[in-house]
Design a protein around this ligand. Sequence first.
Ligand SMILES: C[S@@+](CC[C@H](N)C(=O)[O-])C[C@H]1O[C@@H](n2cnc3c(N)ncnc32)[C@H](O)[C@@H]1O
Length: 274
Amino acid sequence: MVDNIVYKFFADYIYKHTGIVYAENEYYRLDRRLQHLYEAFGLSNIDQLYQLYNSNDHGGMVSKDMHEKLLEIATNNETYFFRDATHFDILTKVIIPEIQKERSGKGPHIWSAGCSTGQEPYSLLMTILDLFQDLKFAIDATDISAPALIKAKKGNYDNLEIQRGMPTKTLLKYFKQQEDDTWTIKSLYSPYINFSHLNLLSDSFPSSEYNVIFCRNVLIYQNQINKKNIVQKFYNALKPRGYFIMGSGESLNGLDIPLTRKFIEGGMVFQKEK
Ligand SMILES: C[S@@+](CC[C@H](N)C(=O)[O-])C[C@H]1O[C@@H](n2cnc3c(N)ncnc32)[C@H](O)[C@@H]1O
């Protein structure tokens, strides 16, 4: 039987560094994750893991490797290609044409915040290139998880991952089959996406930079205070009339941020007015 103090120690650590909340009634969700972690360190139970992280040897400080491994197990990296397809329709049918009308000379700058293993930014890339061959655009893709970003940068997926959402025609156009039967994004397309590490909670964002920010299925794990802080930073990072897009089950209810809710093409997005 694991003592609640042990769970609380890990839940507090995760909250402090990621904003992800594991409430007391959700401590059981940490079990399997902490098991992966103690196995990775060659230990045999959670108590030993607690001793390692909490030991005086570290003087309350956790090494970089231990820190990153703990954040790795705390995040949920579930994602798939063309998730919430309506958002991609809104982008190509409404948002990009609107930006083109502005004739600012600059193409859309898009941010996939919490991009996980890359399926979201690659879906954005393929959607845009399919319909706007001559458009200048750039995609920034960020995540807190180092291993997720390594995979995203490689753009290499096994058949199971490919089968989740990728049409065959699209696969053959943008990906190259490898000898081990996995698929890798063709090198021609890699330069469109700039992957980097960013902690939404503690890092600062650029100001008035993006035409569109996708932050889907990321803020659901944050409490209301953190969510408000992060969305306020997104608001500042948007250009005037820029769009903020969340997962289909998510909302900005109760946050009091001046983003206007819009229903387009059967989906919901938020727009900065000025
Ligand atoms: C469930 S995935 C969503 C992936 C993709 N946006 C989608 O909708 O398919 C959530 C991602 O958010 C990242 N994440 C969680 N907390 C974060 C934080 N504080 N800063 C940056 N990324 C974070 C996780 O590492 C994970 O990859």
